[in-house]
Design a protein around this ligand. Structure first.
Ligand code: FAD
Length: 391
């Protein structure tokens, strides 16, 4: 391999470049990104940047020392074996890393709607968050909750419109999501549940039942789609994102995929996972580039992420699909709480996932239990006074 091309200059793209050099790769590296910026972090966009505490989140990396040719403002448009097609011509490669991330879903309608994915989105939105501005946030997911937090802090009148029965229902299930419903009222945020936005119109949003909710600013936070349209018709197999094996190799030789756009085969959870979180973008590139350079490496993490909403630190580790939820204590009564998800037959139960709210110790210990596949006692797990390590 002489020339590696990395497509997508986000965190996963930059980490791929760093991992190549860390492995001693001395060939040519080209990093191609559609945005006009150097690689930057996205988590602070809905936190410090919206709060006015930061204007830039560029990742601290010495691109000159890394010997990478960064080409910003260049869009990848297609792929043949050995050749990347871009908005500024063909780029031949020996090895290719796909790291194009994800793009926000927009709603129908002619009214102006903001999304929050890029630093430009964040700065444009921040400028509008002024006292008494009526902000409608569509979607009570991770991004919606963080935007509502920032908008309230800025003194806006905030309404969150959510199609599901509770906040975070899609991510965590309605039983756990219900524990977070009261956070909205406490923060003086109006929450409309089971309310589907049909269109974003001038002056507000129209709901499925015909109600019009007035707004000066509409922010759509209803999820993202992997940015893989440009690969359609290439030899890279797509499903929910770019499909890879446990080594992060795609179906095209010499091509690997990482970050929000990649759906890898998880040995640990015996299913394909596509995880839209920072920790995955950070950790997957090391394995992907090892595979690209012909080494045997397997990507098998316990996925992890955090979210900061309404003054709370929410953290999650694992993967809970098909697992049984066990609250630790009384989440609806306690300010700090956790829930665990267990799998396995009675007597052989193991921790599959954990969600913690302002209980960082539970998160650290729970993550270790998941990683080590230790058996746990569901009765002890349900008692918040028993440290998880001893469950
Ligand atoms: P991206 O960051 O999306 O980077 C991909 C890059 O590729 C982009 O710059 C894109 O413009 C470019 N690109 C796309 N298509 C093309 C193309 N065809 N040609 C060239 N370039 C292309 N995660 C957490 O764990 N905790 C958090 O608290 C958290 N908060 C977040 C808050 C916000 C507002 C956002 C948007 C995300 C947050 N995340 C959080 C998620 C986390 O930021 C992402 O998982 C991470 O950015 C994924 O990195 P990536 O490099 O895979 O993709």
């Amino acid at each position: 391999v002489n020339h590696v091309v990395v497509v997508g200059a986000g965190l996963a793209g930059l980490r791929s470049v760093e991992a190549l050099r860390a492995r001693g790769f001395s060939g040519r590296i080209t990093l191609i990104g559609e945005e006009p910026h150097r690689p930057y972090d996205r988590p602070p966009l809905s936190k410090a940047v919206l709060a006015g505490e930061a204007d830039s989140t560029v990742v601290d990396a010495d691109l000159d020392a890394l010997g990478v040719e960064l080409r910003t403002g260049v869009v990848a448009t297609g792929l043949r074996e050995g050749v990347l097609l871009t908005s500024s011509g063909e780029v031949p490669y020996d090895g290719l890393v796909i790291a194009t991330g994800a793009k926000p879903i927009r709603l129908p309608g002619d009214g102006p709607q903001h999304v929050l994915r890029t630093i430009d989105d964040a700065l444009a939105l921040r400028a509008l968050l002024t006292p008494r501005t009526r902000v409608v946030v569509v979607g009570a997911g991770w991004i919606g909750a963080e935007v509502a937090t920032a908008a309230r802090r800025a003194g806006c009148e905030v309404t969150v419109v959510e199609a599901g029965p509770t906040p975070l229902a899609a991510a965590l299930g309605p039983a756990v999501g219900a524990y977070t419903t009261s956070w909205y009222a406490e923060a003086d945020v109006k929450l409309l549940l089971e309310a589907k936005v049909e269109s974003v119109d001038v002056g507000g949003v129209t709901l499925g039942d015909g109600t019009f909710v007035e707004a000066d600013v509409v922010v759509t936070g209803v999820g993202v789609r992997p940015a893989v349209d440009w690969l359609e018709g290439s030899g890279v197999e797509l499903g929910d994102g770019v499909l890879t094996d446990a080594h992060l190799r795609t179906t095209m030789p010499g091509v690997v995929a990482v970050g929000d756009c990649a759906a890898w085969w998880s040995r640990r959870f015996s299913r394909r996972l596509r995880v839209e979180h920072w920790d995955t973008a950070l950790s997957a590139p090391e394995v992907a580039v090892a595979s690209l350079l012909g080494e045997e490496a397997v990507y098998d993490p316990v996925p992890y992420f955090w979210s900061e909403q309404f003054g709370r630190m929410v953290q999650y580790a694992g993967h809970h699909a098909g697992a049984r939820m066990v609250p630790r204590g009384e989440p609806s009564a306690d300010a700090k709480w956790s829930v665990c998800w267990l799998t396995g037959r009675p007597g052989e139960e193991r921790l599959a996932a954990i969600l913690t709210v302002d209980r960082p110790r539970d998160l650290v210990q729970g993550r270790r239990l998941i990683e080590g596949r230790h058996r746990v006692d569901p009765v002890r797990i349900a008692d918040p006074d028993v440290t998880l390590r001893d469950c």
